[in-house]
Design a protein around this ligand. Sequence first.
Ligand code: UDX
Length: 486
Amino acid sequence: MNITVIGQGYVGLVTAACFAEWGHQVTGIDANAERISALQAGHVPFHEPGLDELVAGNAGSGRLHFSSDTSDAIREADVAFIAVGTHDGNGGWQTATILGCLGDVVPQLPDDAVLVIRSTLPPEFVHQVGGVVETLRAQSGRPALVVLVNPEFTREGAAIRDFTEPERIVFGVLNDPDGRGVARLRQLYAPADAPVLVLPAVDAVLAKLGANLFLATKISFVNELAALCDAFGATIDNVVASMAYDSRIGGGFLHAGVGFGGSCLPHQVTMTVRTAAMAGVPAPLLAAVDLINQGRRAELVARLVDQLDEPIAGARIALLGLTFKPQTDDLRDAPSLAIARILIGRGAEVYAYDPMESARALAASLVPDIAVRPSAEAALVGADAAVLVTEWPEFRQLDWPQLRTMMRGRIVFDGRNALDPADVTGAGLRYLAFGRGLREASVSMPADGDAPASALILIEGGGPIQPIPIAASRTTADEARTRTSA
Ligand code: UDX
């Protein structure tokens, strides 16, 4: 089939490359001529595991082309996907881009083509789309078009697998009187072994939003639960591990930490709260989800400041991780940036490292006072505290005993509950996280960095008995809640 994908951002490029991989002739179109030139030269403009190879392979075999000229590709399309942005970048929806795109594309599409909207649509807007398309066709003297929506459920960092091995595929019908559109999409998605749901368009749009809103709710829920764990001396990991055995709950998206970022979850929560208010429907649960999520960032700083031995003004803080999650270079609504801004606003010096060079460069331009460093070690030299914001696997391999000798202070704030607390406390450092209590250094670090002495201590929570370092003599009010177990 000839497929045209309009919009070569994250969703559009993954869609184009995956359909090409399944053997179709695909043209990716974007109004941004610079982006198209880069793609034509073989440069994928963002990091997504496996996408460079997929684009190069399919461009090389002649199945995938890129163009900034809409005309030819649209006039030959059997199916045209629209995958342009619908966020205004400020917590609201915007439909100007998609309306402009429909204005370009709809009059030119062949009469038997199928138009598919893959962009996430504002629920109230979906009711207008059919009328807009109908009017554009009538004005150009062409018959009505088959129009469907096909929301994506793509996670950054796992986008290719999410496309090729989806858990479900959703088609929403806007105008498909004889079922030709659904039949064509079924054919397109045949290689994916997944249930297909054919729904009214507005249901499909809400099904997409509903999934993301629920995921966001789970994260804010677990973060509130983590705060309760801290208050009552429980460990969130144990609490969630137990909850996850309940098949009604499940364990996914219950990882406590500094909260969700990215281009989807935060925006879709705030946009839905606004849209609901405009429709006269209160959405107090979703408003709380946003409040809790945004609150994690300031909460991290407040707890960090509380633990520092010196004033925050003039303190040096090392941020480990900048991207909103691992395996991406995306900084959109990344908690790291908000945290860096708060810290800098309070007079701290912020040194940051992320494995993605492009993310380091972008962070330095977005937060000019941030000092980016080429390695975790370089960010940590002379630091009063380390704050892990993104759980990149390499941070789990850090050599804390060695880093302790390079740091000025003793605090490690694990903002993603990603580290083994014993690795940190055993190195003579104090460990903070979300819902894991405050864990004091379990050993005094000798000045020359010699290995600490160890003793056998019972690990709580049913774990095996393991040798872990002798607890240091420090006594604080928090020590009553300190755990020596992992
Ligand atoms: C999300 C949806 O998962 C995806 O289905 C949709 O199509 C687009 O939005 P994405 O934004 O790529 O995908 O990231 P996701 O993996 O959902 O994570 C979002 C944020 O939540 C990240 O900042 C992540 O660190 C955080 N998160 C995730 C948690 O804090 N805890 C969790 O348990 C899971």
